[in-house]
Design a protein around this ligand. Structure first.
Ligand code: NDP
Ligand code: 2IT
Length: 444
């Protein structure tokens, strides 16, 4: 049995009931085959792949808090510190009822390679809880965040592990977590990113993941002699990533016509009303059912269906496995030419394979959504030098980083004979830097 297959087998056996984690490991290891086969003897002796797939540390803890009725609630908190070969652990905190250890491990594993692709000195980690911020009062969210940090503070720090936002964790949650960390530790340091601008946050961090997604799509299209001008774009999600992907799509001349949340989706043939979307989601924290109050001519549908709309480009920006094989068939039938992942692993393996077989250009999340964590690393730099850069300065750097990522994954794919396969390119390019650092640091 090949070394890759042996390690995949072990991961499946040793981590039962963690399908998302298995999926992420299989996707990465399968595309690393050409590199692993070229170095098989050394990698086996060093147990390199076993060390890559096993997190350095997993922390699981109780998070008790009191709700507005005086009832004590108990959630479970997680932080998986995956790999620190190239820098402090870095990655978001997901607050969603679906969170479990397997989901945090899949996200942490992806984060290791994504962070490597940014070219910045950040290792990979991820955290979260099964707490659901939806429908909670500000006081309840604060009580949860304070309790969460009262345990997690022991394991994080500006030079050890720097969490940030993800699903359900935005500026409000980061603020409460930062306040509690500062109160317990008594230090004012860049322990979290995605902070508010008045206390160490970076301009353009809020926009960075969505903007970065469009920057990499733009770079790829320009290299193929095309542009975003006049293209129709379908977007899923209505959160941080989706909102700023829609904003930048407009700025680059495209027309985004859909968005979605976990209850339904909107098709607005005239183009999504960005101001309405921001008001519904960022100000009111409401459902997309409200969108029709702003745009009576738009369609609102319950359930899922964004991928059935005719378009040139599809941007999944909600959650894992939200684009399946049937969706991929609908995209191809409707003439979609580019799929770029704003979310982490939104496309199932079968759907990815189908899209690639049909010649759809596919940019995987670990490259396409890396603008968020890259800008988090820029926030860390600003915190370290106790300075703030202008929006334009951060945005320029972000554009450069996304263009570099595209060329690195493009070159890695070409080097190993997989031209145009950006899944293989991203996994290999991300892996090579981590392996180089791990080899240099010995068996740790
Ligand atoms: P938000 O919480 O801001 O938004 C998430 C959006 O996705 C919401 O519209 C939400 O709908 C929808 N959604 C979440 N879970 C589900 C589900 N199970 N089924 C259907 N819809 C769902 O999160 P972000 O925008 O920050 O994150 C979106 C994706 O992007 C995630 O995969 C995240 O890991 C990834 N990502 C985020 C980065 C960041 O900087 N924030 C960076 C890189 C990747 P509803 O409100 O109804 O739940
Ligand atoms: O998935 C991700 O890259 C994020 N949620 C952002 C992580 C970060 O540290 O900014």
């Amino acid at each position: 049995m090949s070394y890759v297959d042996e390690v995949i087998d072990r991961v499946v056996k040793e981590n039962p009931c963690e399908p998302e984690f298995h999926q992420a490991v299989k996707e990465v290891l399968n595309s690393l085959r050409p590199v692993v086969e070229a170095n098989e003897e050394k990698y086996r002796r060093d147990a390199l792949l076993e060390r890559i797939v096993n997190p350095e540390r997993q922390i699981k803890f109780r998070v008790p808090w009191v709700d507005d009725k005086g009832q004590v609630q108990v959630n479970t908190g997680y932080r998986v510190q995956y790999n620190s070969a190239i820098g402090p652990y870095k990655g978001g905190i997901r607050l969603h009822p679906s969170v479990n250890l397997g989901i945090i491990k899949f996200l942490g594993f992806e984060q290791v390679f994504k962070n490597s692709l940014t070219g910045l000195p950040i290792g990979g980690g991820k955290g979260g809880s099964d707490f659901d911020p939806k429908g909670k009062s500000d006081r309840e969210v604060m009580a949860f965040c304070q309790s969460f940090i009262t345990e997690l503070y022991k394991y994080i720090g500006a030079d050890t592990d720097v969490p940030a936002g993800d699903i359900g964790t935005g500026a409000r949650e980061i603020g409460y977590m930062y306040g509690q960390y500062k109160r317990i530790r008594g230090v004012y340091e860049g322990v979290l990113t995605g902070k508010g601008l008045s206390y160490g946050g970076s301009l353009a961090r809020k926009e960075a993941t969505g903007y970065g997604l469009l920057y990499i799509v733009n770079e790829m299209m320009n290299c193929k002699g095309d542009t975003l001008q006049g293209k129709t774009v379908i977007v899923s999600g209505a959160g941080n990533v989706a909102t700023y992907a829609i904003e930048k799509a407009y700025q680059l001349g495209a027309k985004p016509v859909t968005c979605s949340d976990s209850t339904g989706w909107v098709y607005d043939p005239e183009g999504i009303d960005l101001a309405a979307l921001k008001e519904i989601k960022e100000v009111k924290r409401a459902r997309l059912t409200e969108y029709k109050n702003y745009r009576p001519n738009a369609e609102y549908h319950e359930g899922r269906g964004v991928w059935t709309v005719k378009a040139d480009i599809a941007l999944p920006c909600a959650t894992q496995n939200e684009l399946n094989l049937d969706d991929a068939k609908a995209l191809v039938a409707n003439g979609v030419k580019v799929v770029a992942e704003g979310a982490n692993m939104p496309t199932t393996q079968e759907a990815t394979d189908y899209l690639q077989e049909k010649g759809v250009i596919f940019l995987p999340g670990k490259a396409a959504n890396a603008g968020g964590v890259a800008t988090s690393a820029l926030e860390m730099s600003q915190n370290s030098e106790r300075l703030s850069w202008t929006f334009e300065e951060v945005d320029q750097k972000l554009q450069g980083i996304m263009a570099n990522i595209f060329h690195n994954i493009d070159n890695a794919a070409k080097k190993y004979g997989f031209e145009g396969n950006y899944v293989v390119g991203a996994n290999i390019a991300g892996f090579e830097k981590v392996v180089d650092a791990m080899n240099a640091q010995g068996i740790v």
